[in-house]
Ligand binder design. Structure first.
Ligand code: TYD
Length: 133
């Protein structure tokens, strides 16, 4: 089974321009407790390099592009996010890395919980141990 779980959002835009709506339990499969966005990422910088114990997230490149690597401890897959109507669902206990940010990239992330550092697994060996439990 692929690790890449993309949600395609309806484009509600018209001849005036684009519009996409995100609603819990309509096109987002969890209660959104937090939204954050990553922008102005410097050239050559990669981010992420962690997993979460419980958190679910959906990553949407609302502008520009970046490449995600998802890893469940057995498989490692890569996907380029470059469209504002595609959301990448990332479940818990998935190692994620973000690479190749375009200069204009605005990466928005919807999260199922508020920020909690104790939910992070930042060490790959600890992630591997958690992934086989
Ligand atoms: P981090 O999760 O390490 O970023 P990334 O995975 O994108 O490389 O977060 C960077 C810093 O920002 C870290 O000190 C924690 C803080 N932070 C918050 O305070 N709230 C948040 O919602 C997020 C995502 C990060």
């Amino acid at each position: 089974m692929s690790l890449i779980n993309l949600i395609e959002f309806n484009r509600l835009g018209d001849d005036r321009g684009g519009l996409i709506s995100l609603e819990k339990n309509t096109n987002i499969p969890f209660d959104i407790k937090r939204v954050y966005y990553i922008f102005d990422t410097k050239k050559g910088v990669a981010r992420g390099f962690h997993a979460h114990k419980d958190l679910q997230q959906i990553a949407i490149c609302v502008k520009g592009s970046c490449r995600f690597i998802l890893d469940n401890g057995v498989q490692r897959e890569s996907i380029l996010l470059d469209q504002p109507n595609k959301g990448l669902l990332i479940n818990s206990i998935i190692w994620r890395e973000m690479h190749d940010f375009s200069e204009d990239c605005v990466l928005m992330v919807l999260a199922s919980h508020q920020y909690d550092e104790s939910d992070y697994i930042r060490n790959y060996d600890d992630f591997m141990t958690a992934s086989i439990k």
